[in-house]
Design a protein around this ligand. Structure first.
Ligand code: AMP
Length: 588
């Protein structure tokens, strides 16, 4: 645990009265039932995320307030008010109904952060359909894998993405009944066998009764990566909105008058829970930037859009740090009042950099796809210990545990001892299953405890400190990458006999993906083949997932049961102790 000094919370530093000040008091009086009551305005006790996020506000003065403000590099900003969003999502809901897409049917969306993505996502939730937003930088392979696993009935995407990533493999996605394309400006033709988003929307009615979903109806399907097998599809229900609302209040300190910017893409869970749902639930205006990272542009957005609450990621912070303080000093951020980050460990230097350059420390928080919402956070209510993820939010019980052989867990009471981070089940956004994998879901729990797969420790003040992953998954630029998916893509190349993939520490993106490859007979391990394999992986997987480096090896280390020992590859690569190698199969 880190010796960096604590950042004291001083009432004079706060620009507004925070949503809570007394952590212990708030925890002791918190109940999920009371929290749910703040949102439940629906007859019959049901809850629908889109109704809660959008339509609920339309009977209030928020109707004309900007809900989403879309920025693009070459286009004027487009503002959509809560009232307009209600109408547009009604229309999309009606479009779905006209296509026979109903409650429980899966609607996949593959698009950059354009208005149509948000309209389709919320409109589909209104329809009771299950939405799965996919990251638009995925290559064709991760897209097809997820569309097929999720048995998507409809894919909403753009002309350009369709052309590049879908058209050639449409036949390989047999569950897709329809593909709907958002046209690029100036592109008059539509690919055969596809529907036109704009045309359908313009002929749809403005009025629609949303599907009265129950709290336990499935709303979202987010894919995440495991060490083995196909990606895991985490299923989330409409009741998750209660967690989004609560955590928006406690961990992001959202106030109705805020202008808020979440830099995450909705293709990842943060971009949906906190880039779409939480700010809308709070009636807050969100800025959405379509473009990729650019230090100068980001500072300008913070300044010109008068962002008050900013939720970003450690890789982005490190990229800003690397760009140098001189760029930052050209801008001022008098409106910025709260900054938070998630997704990977946030180094103490980054917390202090925030204080120096933005005028505010960065509040690290922790959660994962399965938890659906923020669980552990640094909040305005207590001092920050830079390097720590903070403390469990009201309503969340966390523990450090040790797994026993009989599948129960021992709770480690002593502070400062490393173990697995576990959360007591019962918060509304907890995932309700892994798609097609009930056994894996059950294995994630020991009695009442959900086992996160992260190693951590707790200090005497109840702050949690991240130690590492308990498995081989890789965190690169905030994205969880399954080594198996990368290995499988590499092995499709005729030269590759076997591949083992690891995450290698990287000062900016946390970990970078490195592959070790053994070759089939007749192929030469040379620079030309290395470049070809890098290109092959990039084409199949997309830039966000593909390895950045490939090394050729004679043999990969295996366990006696035949599994590649990635842990050993990593230890050897980093010059670390090899640890227990008793299960290592001797090299041929
Ligand atoms: P994902 O499911 O893609 O959101 O990734 C979740 C994983 O990211 C967690 O299980 C952690 O390993 C890592 N993670 C998320 N937030 C943090 C954080 N604040 N500090 C360290 N690791 C984090």
């Amino acid at each position: 645990m880190n010796a960096s000094p604590t950042i004291r919370k001083n009432a004079a530093d706060l620009h507004v009265v925070p949503n809570f000040r007394d952590y212990e008091l708030e925890r002791s009086r918190f109940s999920w039932a009371n929290a749910a009551a703040s949102l439940a305005h629906e007859s019959g006790g049901g809850i629908n995320i889109a109704y809660q996020a959008v339509d609920r506000h339309c009977a209030t003065k928020l109707r004309d307030k900007v809900a989403l403000r879309f920025l693009g590099r070459d286009t004027a900003a487009r503002d959509i008010s809560f009232g307009e969003l209600a109408t547009l999502t009604n229309r999309f809901c009606n479009v779905l109904r006209s296509l026979g897409i109903g409650k429980g049917d899966r609607v996949f969306i593959l698009a950059a952060r354009i208005p149509e993505l948000y309209i389709a996502l919320l409109g589909a939730l209104k329809n009771g359909s299950v939405v799965s937003p996919l990251f638009s930088a995925f290559g064709p392979e991760p897209i097809a894998t997820r569309v097929n696993l999720g048995a998507a009935a409809l894919l909403v995407t753009t002309d350009a993405l369709y052309e590049r990533k879908i058209a050639n493999q449409r036949e390989a996605m047999p569950t897709l009944k329809h593909v709907m394309l958002v046209g690029q400006e100036g592109c008059a033709t539509r690919a055969p066998g596809t529907l036109d988003f704009a045309a359908l929307m313009s002929s749809a009615s403005d009025a629609c009764a949303y599907e009265p979903t129950s709290a336990e109806d499935t709303a979202l399907l987010h894919f995440t990566s495991g060490t083995t097998g196909t990606p895991k599809g985490a299923l989330h229900v409409h009741d998750a909105a209660v967690t989004h609302w609560v955590t928006g209040r406690y961990a992001l300190d959202l106030h109705a008058e805020d202008i808020y910017w979440c830099t995450a893409d909705p293709g990842w869970v943060t971009g949906t829970s906190y880039g779409v749902i939480a700010p809308l639930l709070h009636g807050v205006t969100s800025v959405v930037d379509r473009e990729d990272f650019d230090a100068e542009r980001w500072y300008r957005i913070l300044q010109d859009e008068r962002v008050r609450v900013w939720y970003t990621a450690p890789t982005a912070v490190r990229m800003l740090m690397r760009a140098g303080a001189d760029i930052a000093r050209k801008y001022t951020f008098p409106h910025l009042r709260f900054v938070a980050s998630v997704g990977e460990p946030l180094n103490p230097e980054a917390v202090w950099w925030g204080k120096d350059v933005l005028g505010l420390p960065i509040h690290d928080n922790w959660w994962q796809t399965e938890t659906g919402g923020i669980m552990i956070a640094n909040t305005p209510a207590f001092d920050i210990k830079p390097g720590s993820m903070g403390r469990p939010l009201p309503g969340i019980d966390a523990a450090i545990v040790e797994r026993r052989d009989d599948r129960s867990v021992k709770i480690i009471e002593e502070a400062g001892t490393q173990g697995e981070l576990a959360l007591k089940r019962g918060w509304p956004s907890m995932f309700r299953g892994y798609l097609h994998d009930e056994a894996r879901y059950r294995m994630s729990f020991a009695g009442d405890w959900y086992l996160t797969g992260d190693l951590a420790q707790r200090d005497t003040d109840g702050y949690y400190w991240f130690v590492g992953r308990a498995d081989d998954v890789i965190k690169s630029a905030g994205h969880l990458i399954g080594p198996f998916e990368v290995e499988s893509a590499l092995m499709e190349h005729p030269a590759v006999a076997e591949a083992g993939v690891i995450g290698k520490p990287d000062p900016v993106v946390g970990e970078s993906v490195k592959a070790f490859v053994s070759l089939n007979k007749g192929f030469d391990a040379g620079e030309a083949l290395r470049m070809e394999l890098l290109g092959h992986a990039r084409k199949r997987l997309g830039a966000a997932v593909a390895p950045k480096d490939i090394a050729f090896v004679e043999h990969l280390p295996h366990t006696r049961s035949g599994k590649i020992m990635r842990r050993l590859l990593k230890a050897r690569e980093l010059g670390l102790a090899e640890g227990d190698t008793s299960t290592l199969e001797p090299s041929p």
